[in-house]
Design a protein. Structure first.
Length: 107
């Protein structure tokens, strides 16, 4: 019985961690969208925004911020598909089969 509770607790902990990562990504994405709107307004529509954090928004900042949010999104959304539990299972089977074949060659 204790093992099932531990497993359930671990599953809940992992689920909470995943939800927290998704929540942080959406908050980051929302702030990024506001920054894009400010950047477009400043660059293409000539809106004068002289508040401190908005004066720093320029081409370089937006370039690196876009790269950072892309990496965060890809790592969050593709991590499970590329390196999820199925990948681990396949890799374990592959290594076991490889080791089994190597052991059979010498017997």
């Amino acid at each position: 019985m204790e093992n099932s509770y531990t497993t359930q607790s671990e599953l809940e902990k992992n689920a909470r961690k995943k939800v927290e990562e998704i929540k942080n990504f959406y908050i980051h994405l929302f702030i990024f969208c506001i920054a894009v709107a400010v950047y477009l307004g400043k660059t293409y529509f000539g809106v004068r925004i002289n508040f401190f954090p908005f004066t720093l928004i320029g081409e370089t900042v937006m370039f690196f911020w876009t790269i950072a949010i892309s990496i965060q999104g890809f790592s969050l959304l593709l991590k499970e598909k590329v390196l999820g539990r199925n990948w681990e299972q396949r890799k374990i089977r592959q290594l076991m089969n490889k080791e089994k074949l190597e052991n059979n060659k010498w017997e």
